[in-house]
Design a protein around this ligand. Structure first.
Ligand SMILES: O=c1ccn([C@@H]2O[C@H](COP(=O)(O)OP(=O)(O)O[C@H]3O[C@H](CO)[C@@H](O)[C@H](O)[C@H]3O)[C@@H](O)[C@H]2O)c(=O)[nH]1
Length: 486
């Protein structure tokens, strides 16, 4: 039995059960394990089953068996295909109704650790999980929120009440180019069209708006906030965050951070997948056969969907641009089309000569491939960071939530790509691809290379994210340990 003064840190990590959040929370979990912090990682059964089916994640984490374990809860939805963007409200409802009561039971019954046997000392949960405040209080442990969206996106979410109070929301007319004034630190940067997608409603009772407002009330109740970013990328936004919490940890880009520290620890630099789709590795041999920097990698992540018309416009634009392209067409990502959709005749030649289409790719490996010269992305935060680390310029075609803000920052603030939001015409796609892959290639490449360098430095010894991770580890081991009677 453990003596009171021997209690060791034990963190429960609960990600939003979607590809992006699970990816980066797994990296954080591994980093904590490397620092001898015990982690219980709570996945939904759906995510865990898919990880089991398509990856060796469970086996891989066995090497941390003394300090890591997976636990699962159902998400309340039928067990079919992966959840997409339109299912998020149902997913959140299912989590609330089914997963949360089970989690509460697990935590309070001592199933995840009792007073005497490795008690929980800290919860790290996605920012949208407002229920975590109550659970952490009930068992008397620290709560840290980890919002895996971009801090620039998060900050606009957090300023929603301010925007409503100032009358900037809902929009008074249909002009989306009006500059937004009430997001401190972003004056002159964002227009209405760059606010998160859910702001384009006339109805403030909209379910998502209400959810975000509830999140905004709960965020300051956590003892600290973790972000997957680095100071050199988002210093002004991170400085604003100090108004919410004195304990801000910018520990990203987490995928590189984990790789770097693991490499230092073990001497092995491993590429590892936590994909909940089956990766098609044939695209790597296809890339091997392409010239340097010649391929546009196209992917809209794990949730976004496009219409058949949008698919055709992007496809024509790519073929007409003359660039080579590797396209991830995730099953279910085209509205109303089955996955056996044939290549239209007028696109077949250009696609055969210069294109490769797969269902799901090993994205980090693809982006690091020397043949890839640019990334046409939906601007999900993980994809954005993965592109930044590899120094690949982006063409952004955001779908929803924080992606609208990220794409604006890529073009306007970091200047490492172009923002194609709210348009989807073949001539525009062609023009943007030509600019990034050819006409302004050198300028974009130089800026992207510099940013990549800063990203890598931030996770190297002494770098800003390196230091923030160390601070997080120390705080979990001391400041956030529950007070115990002597
Ligand atoms: O063929 C593919 C396509 C994607 N990925 C991976 O899937 C993840 C996708 O993550 P992200 O780019 O963040 O997109 P979403 O899955 O759409 O992420 C959701 O969650 C993010 C925060 O975690 C938000 O920023 C997004 O807006 C939200 O849609 C990345 O790690 C990719 O490497 C692959 O491995 N293979």
């Amino acid at each position: 039995m453990q003596q009171p003064n021997q209690i060791s840190p034990h963190v429960l990590i609960f990600p939003l059960p979607l590809q992006g959040p699970v990816n980066c929370m797994l990296k954080l979990a591994e980093l904590l394990c490397l620092h001898q912090i015990h982690v219980t990682f709570l996945n939904t059964e759906h995510v865990q089953n898919r990880l089991r089916l398509h990856t060796d994640t469970e086996t891989y984490f066995k090497k941390y068996e003394k300090c890591f374990s997976f636990r699962t809860v159902p998400d309340g939805l039928p067990e079919d295909n992966p959840r997409t963007g339109s299912q998020i409200p149902a997913l959140l409802k299912g989590l609330d109704e089914v997963a949360v009561p089970l989690l509460r039971e697990m935590v309070t019954s001592g199933e995840l650790g009792t007073e005497s046997e490795r008690p929980l000392t800290c919860i790290i949960a996605d920012g949208i999980f407002t229920f975590a405040v109550g659970i952490a209080r009930e068992i008397g442990v620290t709560l840290l929120y980890f919002d895996t969206i971009s801090p620039c996106g998060f900050w606009t979410y957090f300023c929603l009440p301010k925007l409503i109070e100032a009358g900037e929301l809902p929009f008074k007319d249909d002009d989306l180019d009006v500059i937004i004034k009430n997001v401190p630190g972003m004056e002159g940067i964002i227009r209405r069209r760059d606010l998160p997608s859910f702001c384009r409603t006339k109805d403030l009772n909209d379910r998502i708006i209400q959810l975000v407002l509830k999140e905004d009330e709960h965020i300051p109740l956590a003892q600290g906030l973790i972000f997957n970013t680095f100071q050199e990328l988002e210093a002004p936004v991170l400085a604003q965050m100090l108004n919410i919490s004195p304990n801000i940890y910018a520990v990203g880009p987490l995928h590189t951070h984990a790789k770097t520290r693991l490499g230092e620890e073990t001497g092995v630099l491993s590429e590892r997948s936590s994909s909940i789709w089956k990766e098609d590795r044939t695209c790597i041999s296809w890339l091997d056969a392409q010239p340097l920097k010649s391929v546009v990698y196209v992917s809209i992540g794990s949730l976004a969907v496009m219409t058949k018309d949008q698919l055709l416009e992007i496809w024509h634009g790519l073929v007409n641009s003359g660039s080579r392209f590797l396209w991830v067409r995730r099953p279910g990502s085209i509205e109303g089309l089955d996955d056996k959709f044939e290549i239209p005749l007028e696109l077949s030649q250009g696609t055969k000569e210069r294109g490769c289409i797969v269902d799901w790719a090993p994205q980090e490996e693809v982006l690091s491939h020397p043949s890839v010269g640019g990334f046409l992305t939906h601007s999900g935060w993980n994809s954005t960071l993965e592109s930044i680390v590899e120094g690949k310029p982006m063409i952004c075609w955001p779908y929803f939530v924080d992606q609208q803000v990220n794409s604006r920052y890529v073009e306007e603030v970091w200047k490492i790509g172009l923002d194609m939001k709210d348009t989807c015409e073949r001539s525009i796609v062609e023009k943007k691809v030509r600019e990034v892959m050819d006409l302004k290639k050198d300028v974009f490449w130089e800026r992207a290379r510099n940013m990549a360098q800063l990203a890598k430095e931030s996770v190297s010894e002494g770098g800003s994210s390196f230091q923030d991770l160390n601070r997080l580890v120390e705080d979990i081991k001391s400041k956030y340990m529950p007070a115990r009677p002597n």
